[in-house]
Ligand binder design. Structure first.
Ligand code: NAP
Length: 265
């Protein structure tokens, strides 16, 4: 199949569910050979019908596993052109006084050290093959300001936004681009409990009401943004955090108008 990613070798972490799954499918649909990695065994049953996607179990927060998954992508597909450091955990919504140092260590290992390892070893592989490519990390609107996640999650995602800026600088002259995507509220495994609760209470129409589009997002809408950042269309986009949140993060909190067109001031 031909498309924007024909002949490209692409690695996606956290590909067993949600945004990672939609992203792996998008890349495969557009011509790439994809290595889809997830910690969970569900990855072994995923993509069975898709010959462009091979799978592997691995921990995105472990340096040994990250080097192994990158070696596997190079081995299976003759190189590595794009890496999507997407795997993440939410750590729940425990507040400042309830989170422990161990909670922070667990979360930072996956959500911040994971993207660092993907950039470090992914960029090394690209440089070794003299094939500069694109690295995309999944951050979050939670990394822009407070209120969209617990303290450790928000700090980790803010760290990812800075990490892509720092990495882009550190890779000066390499031709490798490093960017992040910042999703708003998306229906995935991570947010399923919230969606299920809203539906159980017949309040599905309340989901996403804080953003101007007044709906939650679909994983495909984030995959599309990741696809853009990975593609040649983004050839001059580097060190950027692309917000894809229906407009959620554009505003400070205020009382929203209930009726379109109503005078509110
Ligand atoms: P998801 O459906 O839970 O997908 C994440 C996948 O990553 C899961 O299959 C998960 O496995 C896996 N995973 C967890 N820890 C891993 C590790 N150490 N190594 C490899 N895989 C691991 O959630 P998602 O929403 O698609 O999350 C993808 C990314 O989007 C995350 O970085 C998340 O923080 C970010 N994000 C999501 C939203 C949202 O509203 N959904 C908003 C902003 C940012 P398990 O199911 O076993 O945990």
């Amino acid at each position: 199949m031909s498309g924007r990613f024909t002949g490209k070798s692409i690695l996606v972490t956290g590909a067993g569910s949600g945004i990672g799954l939609a992203t792996a499918e998008l890349f495969a649909r557009e011509g790439a050979s994809v290595l889809a990695v997830d910690l969970d065994e569900k990855i072994e049953g995923a993509f069975r019908e898709n010959p462009s996607i091979t799978v592997m179990r691995g921990d995105a927060g472990s340096e040994a596993d990250v080097t192994a998954m990158i070696a596997a992508a190079v081995d299976r597909h003759g190189g590595l052109d794009v890496i999507c450091a997407n795997a993440g955990i939410s750590g729940g919504m425990k507040g400042l006084f309830d989170q422990t140092a161990e909670d922070w260590e667990t979360l930072l290992r996956v959500d911040l050290i994971g993207p660092f390892l993907a950039i470090k070893h992914g960029a090394k592989a690209m440089l070794a093959a003299e094939r500069p490519g694109a690295i995309i990390c999944t951050a979050s609107v939670a990394g822009l300001r407070a209120g969209a996640g617990g303290p450790a999650y928000s700090a980790a995602k803010a760290g990812v936004i800075n990490l892509v800026q720092t990495a882009a600088q550190q890779l000066t002259g390499s031709g490798i681009r490093v960017n992040a995507v910042c999703p708003g509220l998306i229906e995935t495994g991570m947010t399923q409990a919230l969606y299920d609760l809203a539906r159980a209470k017949n309040r599905e129409n309340m989901i996403g009401q804080l953003n101007p589009l007044q709906r939650g997002g679909d994983p495909v809408e984030i995959a599309n943004a990741i696809g853009f950042l990975a593609s040649d269309e983004a050839s001059y986009v580097n060190g950027h955090a692309l917000v894809v949140d229906g407009g959620l993060s554009t505003s400070h909190p205020f009382a929203k108008p209930r009726v379109l067109g109503e005078t509110t001031f």
